[in-house]
Ligand binder design. Structure first.
Ligand code: GAR
Length: 202
């Protein structure tokens, strides 16, 4: 059994894609058992409740330090026996304790082709730079910013004259396609890590 926690801060469309995939195809022995947000207003929490998934939110402001906040998250993950943390638009950095404890068991989706356009504005930064090809990246989370081993990538072509909204739409479609696949590969034990290179077992 792979117990999955999805962390989201905002709209939660990636969470929705994961829920839809789970309903339609399943994640093998994996199951989303928990949705967590740092933001009580995140629509991801509503999506979780609608699908009868345990939804939790802790306000970072109510904790004395980031360490205390991470400890609360750690305790929640232990209580729910979480094996895999899926960051889906989670806009807070996780602290080193959690990252080390869940090493190679935290994955993130980024709306650009890493290592280009790291950070919180991947789509806009790529658009402003004038790239002709952008895309999305699923990667393991390490101590750095968007720097962990790459699991899957999908390219998105930027057509001449496209608006940022049109590109955003294509980016989200690519995300919703590859994130569930990465979760499935993880749950099937098909992701092999050699150094920083990831191999997907056929
Ligand atoms: C997604 O585009 C995701 O790649 C991005 O936030 C969006 C969340 O959308 N994450 C980052 O930029 C992380 N650096 P969603 O809430 O609709 O899933």
């Amino acid at each position: 059994m792979t117990n999955i926690a999805v962390f989201a801060s905002g709209y939660g469309s990636n969470l929705q894609a994961l829920i839809d995939y789970q309903k339609k195809h399943g994640f093998g022995n994996g199951k989303i058992v928990l949705v967590f947000s740092n933001n009580a207003d995140s629509f991801a929490l509503e999506r979780a409740k609608k699908h009868e998934i345990d939804a939790k939110t802790f306000n970072p402001q109510s904790y004395g330090s980031r360490k205390e906040y991470d400890n609360a998250i750690d305790f929640m993950l232990e209580q729910n026996r979480i094996d895999l943390i899926v960051l889906a638009g989670y806009m807070l950095l996780l602290g080193p304790t959690l990252i080390n404890k869940y090493k190679n068991r935290i994955i993130n989706i980024h709306p650009a082709l890493l290592p280009s356009f790291k950070g919180t504005r991947g789509i806009k930064d790529a658009f402003d730079y004038g790239v002709k090809v952008t895309g999305v990246t699923v990667h393991f989370v390490d101590e750095g910013l968007d720097s962990g081993p790459i699991i899957l990538q999908e390219a998105v072509i930027v057509e001449q004259g496209q608006t940022i909204e049109e590109i955003e739409e294509n980016i989200h479609a690519a995300e919703h396609k590859i994130y569930p696949l990465a979760v499935k590969y993880f749950c099937e034990g098909r992701i092999l890590l050699k150094g920083r290179k990831v191999f997907i077992k056929k």
